[in-house]
Design a protein around this ligand. Structure first.
Ligand code: UDP
Ligand code: MG
Length: 321
């Protein structure tokens, strides 16, 4: 495609890519994605957010951005996590349409032309739904379905099962996420699915990771899931009320039973021990849940930055934030 043809492209697509120790995947990602981006009717920028990588990712990105001015880099001062990296990418992008994707080619760039045509049809939020995940094991698949079932059961917002961190937004929606939803404990995918606007879904098959390994351990996913449930539902806070009602009824039943059978105190020993253990377990569980909510409140209250940028490359036209 010649320079002249490029200049005719009026709209801009920003592709936001979070990068954490992806030195083995970056070159291939850049090549494959650029090849497809060049065929699009829109101009593009590739925004790589380096989330405190400890390997050679940054030097690869610096090299790519030197050779290609469409490659832009936001470099974090340390690792802030995938979510923070996507938010930074949204903050810095200036496209009419913005796509968030992973650097490991699990989110196939072949979907980009479809995404652009959906934008042209007037859709504003495009969720990419995974039909198959070549890398996820049985445990990851079961826990993921369990998580979506639970969150949909106890929260008022609806979560698309199998929605991934692969999604596309237009400028207006990006503006909403740039100014609101700036929570410190967050689930970007949840906001994307619940801001409204004209929405559609596209399905894709997740490919195996091109190189390196997943940065999300089961432990990280567990913490992430608990935080999401606490952020999107107040139901766990009300458990105390339900538990109180249940134990009240239980007490009443035991009282009636004792009165009617007139059983003597010594035979009730085991009952008392079991009841005390049960009650304390419930009490501590509920205190723990309240503690988790307080921890989130405390984090929000401290209002620390979601991310800290130490350097940017080729960002002259995107405006610093
Ligand atoms: N990532 C990141 N910061 C992190 C962990 C991951 O920016 O702390 C990036 C990572 O480089 C990749 C994307 O987020 O581009 C998704 O991570 P990964 O592929 O490890 O997760 P999975 O696809 O296995 O869920
Ligand atoms: Mg991945």
């Amino acid at each position: 495609m010649t320079e002249e043809q490029d200049r005719k492209k009026e709209k801009l697509l920003s592709v936001v890519v979070s990068v954490y120790n992806e030195e083995q995947a970056l070159a291939e990602f850049y090549q494959e994605t650029s090849r497809i981006l060049k065929t699009l009717p829109w101009d593009y920028e590739l925004i790589f957010v380096n989330d405190g990588s400890r390997d050679g990712s940054l030097s690869i990105l610096a090299r790519l951005s030197e050779a290609d001015s469409r490659v832009k880099v936001v470099d974090f001062s340390r690792n802030f996590g995938h979510e923070a990296a996507m938010i930074a990418g949204l903050d810095y992008s200036r496209g009419d349409g913005i796509v968030c994707m992973d650097a490991d080619l699990q989110h196939p760039p072949e979907c980009l032309p479809d995404i652009v045509s959906r934008f042209e049809e007037g859709y504003q939020v495009i969720s990419m739904v995974r039909t198959k995940n070549a890398d996820a094991g049985l445990i990851k698949n079961i826990t993921s379905s369990g998580f979506y079932w639970l969150i949909n059961a106890i929260s008022d917002v609806h979560f698309e099962p199998n929605a991934s961190d692969f999604f596309a937004l237009d400028k207006a929606v990006a503006r909403v996420l740039q100014t609101s939803y700036r929570e410190k404990v967050r689930f970007l995918r949840g906001y994307v699915q619940n801001v409204g606007f004209k929405k559609t879904t596209l399905s894709y098959e997740a490919r195996p990771r091109v190189a390196g390994e997943s940065k999300y351990s089961l432990k990280k996913l567990f913490i992430f899931s608990v935080n999401t449930i606490l952020c999107f539902s107040n139901m766990p806070l009300k458990l105390g009320i339900y538990a109180g009602m249940v134990s009240g009824l239980l007490g009443l039943a035991v009282m009636i039973y004792t009165l009617f059978t007139r059983s003597g105190a010594p035979s009730g020993y085991a009952t008392i021990v079991v009841l005390i253990c049960f009650m304390f377990a419930m009490l501590f569980l509920i205190v723990g849940i309240i503690g988790e909510y307080i921890a989130i409140l405390f984090t929000e209250l401290k209002d620390r930055p979601v991310y800290i940028v130490s350097n940017t490359i080729n960002m002259e036209n995107n405006g610093e934030r």
